[in-house]
Design a protein around this ligand. Structure first.
Ligand code: GLV
Length: 311
């Protein structure tokens, strides 16, 4: 142990280069390391990573684990030592990209883009009835920072916005629902459902047959949460019966989706390979540096995970 605290970086070399420069400039008293073998484990105070390394218990004086991404479900929180703070990535790049993805998907569904793509494949020129934005009810499942940022982008179009969360929230211009008891009412008023929930024991498998049955006939789904939340067979059945009109999926279970999976070729499904929102190193380095300063000053870190809640 040489005494100088170490920030251990475990992600791509490209990201490391950006973080290294930012740390040298803004936190010069920390040693920035991206080679775990080159540091004394007792000096490591901070770790940033996507997956928890198998030898985590080497770092006996570790204080904070930062996720390189917005999610922390991959950490298996239950197995981590209680005293270590776990922090989600909250940074401008992730927020901006999610705003783009949700706006793109909601507008595409609102304007029947998937149905027109099918018509084009059949050389069919047929206008479909156009619902006006004020009559289109968008519902966000999950009302965290990403959902609220996406709603800010959608609000100017005049959509009817609502959201459901585990605990009560008040958001200007948004009809809010909370808790298990209000889920059915929320789904009954939702034409385009956007899932941005974290993966927890409660949200695993939540989007199932019973859930889809509560959505109105013709509703559509944008899934930008986590793959295991969605019962794929239930989705396919709801699409095939015409109960749901379309789905945009950025996450699947498993990932990558196997080439022979029926979702790939379903005419009412649009799939992107988990790219809705990706950590951007410049803004992420800034966010992590800000959080380390907060931690040192005894201030609450942005994105600090409630370990019992799981997000
Ligand atoms: C992506 O899904 C992330 O967690 O950043």
């Amino acid at each position: 142990m040489n005494g100088r605290p170490v920030f251990l970086f475990n992600s791509t070399a490209e990201r490391a280069a950006v973080f290294r420069e930012a740390f040298a400039r803004d936190l010069p008293d920390l040693i920035f390391a991206d080679d775990a073998a080159a540091v004394d484990p007792d000096d490591v105070r901070y770790l940033i990573t996507w997956k928890i390394p198998a030898d985590l218990d080497r770092y006996r004086r570790l204080e904070v684990i930062f996720s390189i991404g917005a999610g922390v479900d991959q950490f298996d929180g239950a197995g981590l030592p209680a005293g270590i703070a776990v922090v989600r990535m909250v940074e401008d790049g992730i927020v901006r990209m999610m705003q783009e993805y949700v706006a793109l998907s909601v507008l595409a569904l609102h304007r029947d883009w998937p149905a027109y793509a099918v018509q084009q494949s059949e050389a069919v020129w047929r206008p479909l009835p156009a619902v006006q934005a004020g009559a289109r009810r968008i519902g966000f499942l999950g009302l965290g920072m990403l959902a609220q940022a996406a709603m800010d982008r959608l609000a100017p179009f005049g959509f009817a916005l609502a959201g459901w969360s585990r605990s009560p929230r008040t958001i200007a211009g948004v009809e809010t629902f909370h808790g298990a008891a209000q889920l059915a009412g929320f789904l009954a008023r939702t034409d385009i459902l956007v899932c941005l929930l974290p993966l927890t024991a409660e949200t695993r498998g939540l989007l199932n047959a019973e859930f889809f049955a509560r959505l109105p006939q013709g509703a559509a789904l944008v899934q930008a949460g986590r793959g295991p939340q969605l019962d794929t067979a239930a989705l396919l059945s709801a699409l095939d019966r015409g109960h749901l009109s379309a789905a945009v999926l950025d996450v699947t279970d498993p990932e990558p989706l196997p080439a022979d999976h029926p979702l790939w070729r379903h005419p009412k499904v649009v799939i992107t390979p988990h790219v809705a929102s990706v950590t951007q190193p410049q803004t992420a380095a800034h966010a992590v540096i800000d959080n380390i300063r907060r931690h040192r000053d005894g201030q609450p870190m942005i994105g600090l995970v409630d370990r019992a809640r799981g997000y």
